[in-house]
Design a protein. Structure first.
Length: 217
């Protein structure tokens, strides 16, 4: 049975059901620039990519509107859309348990909205490290490798919990095992449907012990 020391979480689709909030946010921008709402393909794209990538993608056929859209995006506080987000069922209970045994980190393609979002839902204190796309986008392996280096751990004692191809590609590049959260269509090492299953899976599959954070900090 292998040891486990670090859990790294994606944000959208893993910590939160955020699809509705993201749809409303980008449709708000599109309405302001006079473009039709998101297509189904664009909805899937915005769920997985950083805000700059999303703006450029959804306006790929409207280059004349791109700068206006970027300006609106920067001037629109995402916290207006927090009310449309929903923490995944069982998340808080899982984090309370997991913090006793593992270092907990976030690796997300969110940018400036990440910390306000964690504050709004009172989740900030559960995480020891937060990597956003403002620092390093997830399509760069350094995003995850920086987290591993921070905790001085190896890929072998790390699990990444994600739900998208971007997450899968990141894990493959960094040789970190991935748990696919609520997405059985995604090639991954393990699959869970909720946080109760994740806890049972970890308890059955790994060796771990109470974490003494004072040794690290």
């Amino acid at each position: 049975m292998k040891s486990l020391r670090l859990l790294v979480f994606d944000c959208d689709g893993v910590l939160f059901d955020s699809k509705l909030a993201n749809i409303k946010f980008y449709n708000y921008i599109l309405e302001k620039v006079g473009r039709h709402p998101l297509t189904p393909e664009e909805v899937e794209f915005i769920h997985m990519h950083s805000v700059n990538e999303c703006i450029e993608y959804i306006l790929r056929n409207y280059p004349e509107k791109l700068e206006q859209a970027k300006k609106i995006q920067k001037e629109t506080p995402y916290n207006l859309f927090f009310k449309y987000l929903k923490p995944e069922e069982g998340l808080i209970e899982f984090l309370r348990w997991a913090k006793n045994y593992f270092y907990l980190a976030i690796c997300t393609n969110r940018t400036t909205s990440t910390y306000p979002l964690l504050e709004y839902f009172k989740l900030k204190d559960y995480f020891d490290f937060v990597m956003t796309a403002s620092q390093i986008p997830k399509n760069n392996p350094s995003a995850l490798l920086t987290i591993l280096n921070y905790f001085k751990v190896t890929p072998e004692v790390t699990l990444y919990i994600g739900d998208s191809k971007v997450d899968r590609d990141l894990c493959e590049k960094c040789k970190v095992k991935m748990v696919s959260f609520k997405n059985t269509d995604l090639p991954a090492d393990f699959y869970v449907r909720n946080y109760k299953e994740l806890k049972k899976f970890i308890e059955a599959s790994f060796r771990f012990q109470p974490l003494n954070r004072s040794k690290f900090y």
